[in-house]
Design a binder for this molecule. Structure first.
Ligand code: NAP
Ligand code: ZN
Length: 341
C-alpha cells in the first residue's frame, strides 16, 4: 500500500509499504480522510520530537475493514476516527486521569504509523465510532476539535463571558465556535488574513481585528476599543511570542489566559509578575485532547460545530508530500488528504 513516510528530518516520501494487519486488539482501518496539521510540518522540519521512519497523519477517519480477535464493540464496515495519543495507563498521571500528561505517551502519526496511508492499524482503545452517514472529511476534524474542547473546558467560560481568540487558523476558528456554544456573548478574533476574519464572523465571532493594520491590544481593550478593561478569557491560538505577551494584556483583572499555540521549545516571553499578581491572572496551558474525542465527534455529527467551511482543499495521497513539505498557501485553513476509492 502507499504511505507518506518521514524517513528522517527533512526526508518525506511516498513509499510502498506492506499493508498492516490488525493485531489482537486492533482495528484495520481503510483511511478515507486525514487532515494536514501544522504539527506534520513541524515534524518534517525537526521542530517536534518523533521517531522516524514513521507514516505521518494523526487526524484520520475511515472504515473498519478487519478486526482483531480480542476486539469487541466494533464491526467491519463501521466508520471510525481515533484518538492518536496513546497513554500508558500505568503512570501516576494516567492513574489520576491526566492522560495527556502521561510520561510514556506515544502518538499515532508521530511515534507509530499514522493516517497518510491507505490503511492504519488502530488500537481498539483509541477508536471512536462515528455515525455511518457522517462525511468522512468531517470525521477527520475530531482530533483538532478535541484539542480545542480541552482548552475551552479549562477556561470555564460562563454564559455572558467575553472572549478573545488570537490566531485564525483551524484551531482559532474551532475555538470561536466552541466559545459561542459555551455561552460567550462577546467573541473577538484577531488574525491577519481578511478571509479568515470574514469566516470567523460567519462562525460566531462578534468582532474581528487585523493585528497588522492597527495595535490589536488597543483595538480590543483600549479606552475606545471593543472591550475596554479586558475580556474574561483569552485563547492564544497563534503560537507566536507576540500573541502570548498580548494575551496577558487583553485579559481583565481576574481573567484567564489559555495558551493553546505551540511555540518552539526554549522560546521566552516577557511578563510582569507584579501584573500577574496585582490582576490575579490565571495563565493555563492546554495540551492535547484528553477524554474529549467522544464529545468532539458528537458536536461534529450534530452539526453544532461547522467544519465544511474550514476545508480549503481536498487532495489525494500523492499530493500530501508536497503539501506537508511546503508552508500553507495564503487563505488556506485545512487541507484534507482524501482517498480516491
Ligand atoms: P495556524 O493555521 O498556523 O494558525 C495560527 C495562525 O495565527 C496563523 O496562521 C496566523 O494567521 C495567525 N497569527 C500569526 N501571527 C499572529 C498575530 N500576531 N496575531 C494574530 N494572529 C496571528 O495553526 P492552527 O492549526 O490553527 O494551530 C494553531 C496553534 O495551535 C499552532 O501553534 C499549533 O501548533 C497549536 N496546536 C496546539 C494543540 C494543543 O493541543 N495545544 C493542538 C493543535 C494545534 P494569519 O495569517 O491570519 O494572521
Ligand atoms: Zn501514563
Amino acid at each position: 500500500m502507499k504511505a507518506v513516510r518521514l524517513e528522517r528530518v527533512g526526508g518525506l516520501a511516498m513509499c510502498e509499504v506492506e499493508k498492516p494487519t490488525a493485531g489482537p486488539d486492533e482495528l484495520l482501518v481503510r483511511i478515507e480522510a486525514c487532515g494536514v496539521c501544522g504539527t506534520d510540518r513541524h515534524l518534517f522540519h525537526g521542530e517536534f520530537p518523533c521517531t522516524p521512519p514513521v507514516t505521518l497523519g494523526h487526524e484520520f477517519s475511515g472504515i473498519v475493514e478487519a478486526i482483531g480477535p480480542a476486539v469487541s464493540g466494533f464491526s467491519v464496515g463501521d466508520r471510525v476516527t481515533g484518538d492518536p495519543n496513546i497513554a500508558c495507563g500505568r503512570c501516576a498521571h494516567c492513574q489520576t486521569g491526566r492522560v495527556n500528561l502521561c510520561g510514556n505517551l506515544r502518538a499515532i502519526g508521530i511515534h507509530r504509523d499514522g493516517g497518510f496511508a491507505e490503511y492504519l492499524a488502530l488500537p481498539q482503545k483509541q477508536a471512536f465510532a462515528l455515525p455511518g452517514d457522517l462525511k468522512p472529511t468531517h470525521g477527520a476534524f475530531c482530533e483538532p476539535l478535541g484539542c480545542c474542547l480541552h482548552g475551552v473546558d479549562l477556561a470555564a467560560i460562563k454564559p455572558g463571558s467575553s472572549v478573545a481568540v488570537l490566531g485564525g487558523g483551524v484551531i482559532g476558528l474551532l475555538t470561536v465556535q466552541l466559545a459561542k456554544l459555551a455561552g460567550a456573548t462577546t467573541i473577538i478574533l484577531s488574525t491577519r488574513q481578511a478571509s479568515r476574519r470574514a469566516l470567523a464572523e460567519q462562525l460566531g465571532a462578534t468582532a474581528t481585528v487585523d493585528p497588522s493594520a492597527s495595535d490589536a491590544t488597543d483595538a480590543i481593550v483600549g479606552r475606545s476599543g471593543l472591550m475596554p478593561g479586558g475580556v474574561d478569557v483569552v485563547f492564544e491560538c497563534a503560537g507566536v511570542k507576540d500573541t502570548v505577551e498580548q494575551a496577558m494584556r487583553l485579559a481583565k483583572a481576574g481573567g484567564t489566559v489559555v495558551v493553546v499555540g505551540v511555540m518552539p521549545q526554549g522560546m521566552k516571553v516577557a511578563f510582569e509578575p507584579f501584573d500577574l499578581l496585582f490582576r490575579e491572572l490565571k495563565v493555563l496551558g492546554s495540551f492535547l485532547n484528553p477524554f474529549t474525542h467522544r464529545r468532539a465527534a458528537d458536536l461534529i455529527a450534530s452539526g453544532a460545530i461547522e467544519v465544511d467551511r474550514l476545508i480549503s482543499r481536498q487532495v489525494s495521497l500523492d499530493e500530501a508530500v508536497a503539501i506537508i513539505a511546503n508552508p500553507p498557501a495564503p487563505g488556506e485553513v485545512k487541507v484534507l488528504v482524501v482517498s480516491q476509492g
